[in-house]
Every structure is written in structure tokens, then in C-alpha cells.
Design a protein around this ligand. Structure first.
Ligand SMILES: [Mg+2]
Ligand SMILES: [Zn+2]
Length: 194
């Protein structure tokens, strides 16, 4: 079993962001019916797995904490992602979600946690569970907090410049590679892996 992994942010990297009329911004889908894979996602995962990387999704999902979605909605959304990827012929080894938010309405989901990116908790826990060497691993995300979590965990980092999430990126963020989409991210991993 490989001891290296590629960690993927989910929304904006593997799954399309959807228009949120309340927030007037593109956001993560909170309903199963709103889940659409990014066209390049399954092929990028397939190529990365062929390079002998484990694959792990690490995603902040504060929708329930903020009162925008129910736990059932979030679970259904997750299950849709798994199903759509399976229909495209790929599986992800592990999914890790942070359900917390500092300003949560539900006190059980509030306060500071160790898992909400930019903290590296989800990557560290997955690395322990799957016996992954983080220094040989990668984090791919479309937000500065993804790059920061990956860097804190000791991974190399790739920032995907999804135009729908440009408000989540600063030009001076510390990141190893910048790419247009997850297909280009897979190109980087391929060319940097020996
Ligand atoms: Mg994202
Ligand atoms: Zn958390």
C-alpha cells in the first residue's frame, strides 16, 4: 500500500460551485440534486491513483452549523459525490469533513476545532489512519485555506484558480503551484513525481 497521498478539497475542485441566491456568491452545494462533478475530476483522480497515490477528500462543510442545511442534506450531498465518482469509475480512499463553524447556531458545532481548514487536522488524522508520509503528499484546493492547511501538514500545495472562488484567494498566498483546474493539478503531480 502506498504511503503517499493527494488530498483534495471537494467544492470548487472536484465538485462545481453553485450560485447561492441568499449569499449572492458561488458556494458549495448543500443538496444532493445540486451536485455536479467538475468535468475533469474523475480523470484527474484516475491519473493520480495510477501514480500510486492514495486519495483523500478534506472539506469544510459548515452548512449545518450555519443553519443553511441539515445534517441529512450534507450526508446526501456526500453520497451523491461518492455515487457520481463511482459511476465515472473512480473511488476516493477516505473522506474527511469538518462540520464546525466558529459562529455556529448549534453550540455542538461551534467554537474552535482542530479540523477546520486552514488548520491541518483532517490531513493529520487521515495520515495517521492511512499511514501516509505527508512530506511525500500533496494538497489540491481552490482556496488559500486549502494551501495553508496543506503547508501546515507538510505537504506540497497546488492552488486551483477556479474563477467562481477567486474571492477566496489572495495573490500573495504561499503556495507551490498555481493551475487552472484539477486536470492541470494532476499534470503537476505527474511531472513532479518520480
Ligand atoms: Mg473549495
Ligand atoms: Zn472542525
Amino acid at each position: 500500500m502506498s504511503d503517499r497521498a493527494v488530498f483534495f478539497d471537494r467544492d470548487g475542485v472536484l465538485v462545481e460551485l453553485v450560485w447561492d441566491a441568499v449569499d449572492e456568491a458561488f458556494e458549495a452545494p448543500n443538496l444532493g440534486e445540486d451536485v455536479h462533478l467538475v468535468p475533469e475530476a474523475a480523470d484527474a483522480i484516475r491519473r493520480i491513483r495510477a501514480l500510486d497515490y492514495r486519495t483523500v477528500v478534506v472539506s469544510n462543510q459548515p452548512g449545518a452549523a450555519k443553519g443553511k442545511a441539515s445534517h441529512e442534506d450534507l450526508l446526501e450531498t456526500h453520497e451523491h459525490v461518492v455515487r457520481l465518482l463511482a459511476e465515472s469509475g473512480v473511488v476516493i480512499d477516505d473522506y474527511r469533513y469538518c462540520l464546525h463553524h466558529p459562529e455556529a447556531l448549534d453550540p455542538e458545532l461551534g467554537g474552535a476545532c482542530d479540523c477546520r481548514k486552514p488548520k491541518p487536522g483532517m490531513l493529520l488524522e487521515a495520515a495517521t489512519a492511512l499511514e501516509i508520509d505527508l512530506s511525500r503528499s500533496w494538497m489540491i484546493g481552490d482556496s488559500d485555506v486549502d494551501a495553508e492547511a496543506g503547508r501546515s501538514a507538510g505537504c506540497r500545495t497546488i492552488l486551483v484558480h477556479n474563477p467562481r472562488s477567486s474571492h477566496r484567494r489572495r495573490v500573495d498566498a504561499h503556495v507551490d503551484f498555481r493551475v487552472r483546474d484539477v486536470a492541470q493539478a494532476a499534470d503537476v503531480v505527474a511531472s513532479e513525481t518520480r
